[in-house]
Design a protein around this ligand. Structure first.
Ligand code: SF4
Ligand code: SF4
Length: 372
């Protein structure tokens, strides 16, 4: 066991702005394996995860001779200073907190690279493999085993210091470290997140049906099922409800790295200008944010939903233009729904006209339903 090196790594991690660090064995994640199988069988997966469950639960498949995993957590902000207000005629959408500031994948990978360089300097023969979010391993299962926090009923890792407002990443290593002790579950009898989830995506016992979760729905590229559109409201990317209602998160989210400082105009942007943005403008404005990873289309579709949710009459001319001229069926179909929500004679006339020449079946159906 590398006792001294562990202490050195902990001290170094603090000096580079890692808020929490924990050490875990690289043993198989057997409980997780069973849970993932059930998740897959029930159809609860989002489709973004690594399909090979063995890779997700066996660190040795990712790094031969893996002995331990170092889990890191960086806290992120929960409050927006001077948030701009959306008003009738100029509505605004919202990016979730995990998309505020610079993309956390970039920031955490930077910290993991620095940690890796530090370790390699001391033990040149050490092998490492790092990942953040998109890696095969479950960041949450690793963090839980490494004593960073417990997994709450909202399926997030909750730390005593920063609540669930933490980004997670990990590094598998061939070095053996004394593992840290997992944190005890702190949810107790509380059930607020489960009760407050707008779509009922949280299943009792800490399971998430991704197909119902707004955080995943907003990232889909195709049409969003009608039953979820009003529940999405003005969310452009992600959903924070099950974090915001959590009593443990109260007063948390003031401590964070400068990279995560949100720009109010970017994280709570005006909706209408979003609909006229070129790809280049979108990339220049939002390209650094985690919420832009699926490109412009899902954000624009969500903006169209938000305008329908607000029944924003001032958006009608733009929405009619999208219905008639946008080459993307998802945008035309969602615009049809929105115009139906806003209603009014001009919008209904535009829907009738569009019905005459729309050649996409799904969009045609949306138009018919909007007219009803
Ligand atoms: Fe429910 Fe939103 Fe939490 Fe998803 S992110 S589980 S939709 S509250
Ligand atoms: Fe746990 Fe309650 Fe927070 Fe949900 S809201 S994660 S049940 S403490």
């Amino acid at each position: 066991m590398n006792e001294e090196l562990k202490e050195e790594i902990i001290n170094f991690s603090k000096s580079i702005g890692i808020d929490r660090i924990g050490f875990a064995s690289a043993d198989l994640f057997l409980t997780l394996k069973e849970r993932l199988k059930t998740q897959q069988q029930l159809g609860y997966d989002s489709g973004f995860e690594e399909p090979d469950i063995d890779k997700r639960t066996n660190p040795e498949l990712l790094l031969p001779y893996a002995k331990s995993i170092i889990s890191i957590a960086l806290s992120y902000p929960s409050k927006l200073k001077n948030p701009p207000k959306g008003v009738k005629g100029n509505r605004r959408g919202l990016f979730c907190r995990a998309s505020w500031g610079e993309d956390y994948h970039t920031v955490l990978n930077d910290r993991l690279e620095r940690l890796q360089a530090f370790i390699k300097e001391r033990v040149p023969e050490a092998k490492t493999a790092s990942m953040v979010d998109t890696g095969a391993l479950s960041d949450r299962a690793v963090a839980e085993r490494a004593g960073i926090g417990w997994t709450g009923k909202n399926c997030m890792v909750i730390t005593h210091e920063y609540g669930s407002y933490v980004y997670l990443g990990e590094m598998i290593t061939t070095l053996a470290f004394e593992p840290d002790t997992p944190v005890e579950d702190g949810c107790g009898t509380c059930n607020k997140c489960v009760d407050s989830c707008p779509t009922g995506a949280l299943i009792q016992g800490g399971q998430l049906d991704s197909q119902k979760c707004i955080a995943f729905l907003t990232q889909k590229k195709d049409m969003i099922p009608k039953r979820y559109r009003k529940k999405i409201g003005n969310r452009l990317y992600g959903c924070d409800t099950c974090q915001v209602v959590c009593p443990i998160n109260k007063g948390k989210g003031d401590h964070y790295q400068p990279e995560f400082e949100p720009e109010p105009e970017k994280v709570k942007p005006e909706l209408l200008p979003l609909l006229s943005m070129s790809n280049r403008e979108f990339k220049e404005t939002y390209g650094m944010m985690a919420g832009s990873w699926r490109g412009k289309k899902p954000i624009q579709r969500n903006a169209v939903i938000a305008l329908g949710h607000f029944k924003e009459e001032a958006a009608s001319p733009k929405l009619r233009d999208l219905l008639q001229n946008d080459p993307r069926p998802v945008i035309r179909g969602t615009a049809a729904w929105s115009l139906g929500e806003i209603s009014g004679s001009e919008n209904l006339e535009a829907l009738r006209l569009a019905a005459l020449h729309e050649d996409d079946d799904e969009v045609q159906k949306e138009i018919e339903e909007a007219l009803q």
